[in-house]
Design a binder for this molecule. Sequence first.
Ligand SMILES: *Cc1c(COP(=O)(O)O)cnc(C)c1O
Length: 486
Amino acid sequence: MTNMLQAAYSSDNFREQGHLLIDQLADYLEAVRQADTSLNAINYSDPEKAMQYWKNDLTGAEPGEMQSMFAKALDHSVKLMHSKYMGHQISPPVPVATLAGLLGDFLNNGMGVYEMGVSGTTTEQIVVEAVARQLGFSEEAGGFITSGGTLANLTALLAARKLKAKDNIWQEGYRGQLALMVSEEAHYCVDRAARIMGWGDAGIIKVPVDAQFRMRTDQLDQCYQKALEEGKEVIAVVGSACTTATGSFDDLGAIADFCRRHNLWFHVDGAHGAALAFSHKYAATVRGLEKADSVAMDFHKMLLTPSVTTALIFRRGGDSYQTFSQQAEYLFNRKEPEWYNLAKRTFECTKLMIGFKAYSIIRTYGLSLFDEYVTHVCDLGQKLAQLVNDTEHMELPVIPACNIVCFRYEPPGLDDDRLSNLNERIRQTLLEDGEYYIVQTRLKGKLYLRCTLTNPFTTELELSGLLEKVKQMGDLELERAGSIFK
Ligand SMILES: *Cc1c(COP(=O)(O)O)cnc(C)c1O
């Protein structure tokens, strides 16, 4: 072995650097727990500047030295652990799961075949069983963990295509025009999945939403009849639990009934909100989910696991073996005996031990940690909505059903366009300021500020502080650019 390889695999070095890194992360965690006000939720720099920063890091690096690299990455990243992080939907991972992730990276067991992932495969299946029960499915249910909600949704729709389409597309390719129905507020990945499958514009039938951005299930029949008249073969309906922008939950029971009447596949995109099933207080929000043929649920959104870790559960576990099977053999009502060869069912060939991260949480704290967490952050959503309602000139477009809350500052005398501009500027100023991290979204053409409350350390103090800051920044903006806005 060369000296370089000797050094790269040095156990002493690994031990020393590993201890230093864990100390650094633990110090950071302690600082956020103490609500250290010198810490920001984000340290933003624009792309060119960030690129230069890392190029300088690379050229200035001392051979073998790593600590400053870790310190810089920590400094120049979004801090999900921070109580003022309220941005995208990803949760701050529980430390035990990040340690499990480190172990998984270290082992690098590929899981493509069972013997290359004995622990990864079995712990993953234990997680899947626990999740399926919690979602209300029977023993017949089964599935696997895959790399993200986007991929899980595509995989589920491929299963739907295999089991519902009249033609044998896997062998013979397309003849007819397949289509699915989904709310116009659904995550873009559902639209993308239909296009990946070659269905084009005609393959995505967008069902309108009500004032709370939920699918108008009373429109399903009409949309379906119209599609049939146009010669389309509708095979599936996708329910959103919940939508990404506003956290709105479709009426899953109503969609299930509709699908049963017309023999359609019912898939639930529960990437964000299926996790509400873990909360005693909020579980009723996802009623009807147990009637779905398949459900995708991200562990990295609401279940405290590092990304990307997504469960794809099938009500009839046997269905999960159909997606990529070469022959159209049907396995009614039973699980395929080779449950342990996961790559036959997943998109991935090589896959990290992602299920093990979720397993580590369940083993250490039990499912009740998920109950506590989901309940806590959904309560925070209610709290923020109440504060918005109680604050003058703050508007709530949707009553939040979980931990996603949209709002905006609406001082009097400005039209819609100007209000959108103003809130966009507020969000940009917040980003550059860094104390809080929130995002933005457009709803029916209007720009809103958007928060996902994901942090267990967030309290009412941070929530009211945010509203205060938004108002201050808005007023400053109005003053500065008086002539533009008036
Ligand atoms: C986040 C999200 C997705 C995408 O999931 P990834 O894990 O980011 O791939 C899909 N659907 C909904 C409703 C989401 O909120």
